[in-house]
Design a protein around this ligand. Sequence first.
Ligand SMILES: NC(=O)c1ccc[n+]([C@@H]2O[C@H](COP(=O)([O-])OP(=O)(O)OC[C@H]3O[C@@H](n4cnc5c(N)ncnc54)[C@H](O)[C@@H]3O)[C@@H](O)[C@H]2O)c1
Length: 260
Amino acid sequence: MTGRLAGKVAIVTGAGSRNEGIGNGRAAAILFGREGAKVLCVDANAGAAETTVEMIAGEGGTASSFVADVTSGEQCRAMVGAAIERYGRLDILDNNVGIGSRGTVLDISEDEWDLVMAVNVKGMMLASRAAIPAMIESGEGGAIVNIASIAALRPRGLTAYGTSKGAVIALTRSMAVDHAKDGIRVNCIAPGPVYTPMVYAAGMADELRERRKNASLLKVEGTGWDIGYAALYLCSEEARYVTGVVLPVDGGVTISGPAR
Ligand SMILES: NC(=O)c1ccc[n+]([C@@H]2O[C@H](COP(=O)([O-])OP(=O)(O)OC[C@H]3O[C@@H](n4cnc5c(N)ncnc54)[C@H](O)[C@@H]3O)[C@@H](O)[C@H]2O)c1
């Protein structure tokens, strides 16, 4: 532990992951804890959040779990209340919850479209709306990181999902403008096809896994840790001059084209 977040209190939404797998949220929560933050691990799945807490505590860090559905404004307010009650302040919010969706506008039902927008976009708005006053109250500003996706930058058949992540980018830039005066930096990460439980839980053929890896210029398979380290940087003092950015963490997928 080098203490890059010493004295800070962080909320990570979607901090759970299936089984022992390392998703983007769990990785960020563990890295925040390793760097000295007290971490509130929020998830709709109590057991998943608790597993992350045990992982942080096992390394000597401080964390606790909180069960909330981020599509509820009331539960988002309760989540922030728990951070304040347990740790006394709030400095960092990692808006990591997101759900996938495949297909075109011709394939998707209205209900699925509404659910994707509610979880992926409204959830980040509600969590931010609950967190920002607490960050202001803490007196030292804060840092928010929103997890988007390269699906918003390089669309490939995930139309509702990509649209929701495009909204996450616009939300990030808008909040960065709105809350700079409060000393709150708001940035966004656009992960590439990282190998996390979100994508392999339902099973992934070796051939597809290899294809995802080889989509990157670097021919490297991304993991939750790659996204967690980016979140750690954006939430640390090292990024004190950085706000409103969209950081692709994708091994160069978004700038790769057909071989010449
Ligand atoms: N894995 C990838 O390839 C990839 C690529 C681009 C972007 N992302 C983004 O990364 C983020 C999450 O990735 P992950 O690997 O941590 O996913 P994950 O599926 O491992 O974990 C997400 C967690 O969110 C929780 N959750 C879902 N809906 C919730 C809700 N309404 N309220 C509270 N918790 C809820 C789930 O219980 C789960 O534990 C998402 O925003 C996703 O869109 C992932």
